[in-house]
Design a protein around this ligand. Structure first.
Ligand code: CP
Ligand code: NVA
Length: 298
């Protein structure tokens, strides 16, 4: 039987979301963690840098009794041209689950087709599903009973934004995106969730009634380096404490991090009482423990 993978939210149901998030909260609040992943070995193949994704997966699997192996893309034979399909066959014969971070989403597709164990997207040029699971867990943890109705995205229509677009359709929330012309999300991904997503012409309209306000860097890892011209295009696409006052009462501000103060956020944004970014970062670990259990235990 082919294993379950986690490359984006295709094939993930609303119930799956709730199961994973509730389990993440349970794991976070447990004072007596059971070793549910005892002896499982997780491989992390990273072709790009990471602080949160790497550490949260490595710490998470250890908390549940397993171990991990970090494999920088540069140190694997991948960097000397070994096909990703061969790499997938070999690594999956020795490991129980694999995380892959890559600038080419297609590599995840090929890897998953050749892997005998679950593959998790640790960020690609197209999606960052683990991040959105942590964001939604954070919303539930902080807001408890208040249902998530509206999310506001400000900035580049990038990988993180794409995962929000997919989640909007599955969970049924409205996503308002305020992004610069020429930096809209991928048209196919947008089309697949079009009833739930609006590209708004102003920041004010995107913020209106938002329960979550979120943004991301102007230039992602898979993009070319940031030019002065790009900075001009993006200069109005930032979030400040003043902006948060225009969102719903009790709205929370999230940012996947790393953040660039003075670019997509003002220098004081992370100190605002609406900002829950440190809880959000910690929740990467708890929700990913739940994702690992979801994929590995039946
Ligand atoms: N948010 C996130 O994925 O951070 P890292 O790039 O540090 O893993
Ligand atoms: N959009 C960013 C997210 C980093 C976690 C990037 O891809 O670089």
């Amino acid at each position: 039987m082919s294993p379950k993978h986690f490359l984006n939210f295709q094939g993930i149901t609303k119930e799956d979301f709730h199961t994973i998030i509730n389990r993440g909260l349970e794991l976070k609040n447990s004072s007596d963690l059971k070793k549910t992943l005892k002896n499982k070995v997780l491989g992390l193949v990273f072709e790009q840098p990471s602080t949160r994704t790497r550490v949260s997966f490595e710490a998470g699997i250890q908390r549940l009794g397993g171990t991990s192996l970090f494999l920088s893309g540069k140190e694997l034979q991948l960097s000397r041209g070994e096909p990703i399909s061969d790499t997938a066959k070999v690594l999956s014969s020795m490991l129980d689950a694999i995380i892959l971070r890559t600038a080419e989403h297609e590599k995840l597709e090929i890897f998953s087709q050749n892997s005998s164990v679950p593959l998790i997207n640790g960020l690609s040029d197209l999606y960052h599903p683990c991040q959105i699971m942590a964001d939604l867990m954070t919303y539930k943890e902080v807001m408890r009973e208040i249902e998530l109705e509206n999310v506001c995205w400000i900035g580049d229509g990038n990988n993180v934004c794409h995962s929000y677009i997919e989640a909007a359709k599955i969970l049924g929330f409205n996503l308002s995106i305020f992004c610069p012309k020429g930096h809209e999300p991928n048209a196919t991904i947008l089309e697949s969730s079009k009833q739930f997503v609006t590209l708004t012409p102003s920041k004010e309209s995107a913020l209106e009634n938002a329960n979550i306000v979120t943004t991301d860097v102007w230039t992602s890892m898979n993009s070319n380096s940031q030019t002065k011209e790009k900075e001009k295009i993006f200069k109005d696409f930032f979030v400040s404490p003043e902006d948060m006052k225009k969102a719903s009462e009790n709205a929370i501000f999230l940012h996947c991090l790393p953040a660039h103060r003075g670019e997509e956020i003002t220098s004081d944004m992370l100190e605002d009482q609406s900002a829950k970014v440190w809880v959000q970062a910690e929740n990467r670990m708890h929700v990913q423990e739940a994702i690992l259990e979801f994929l590995l235990l039946d």
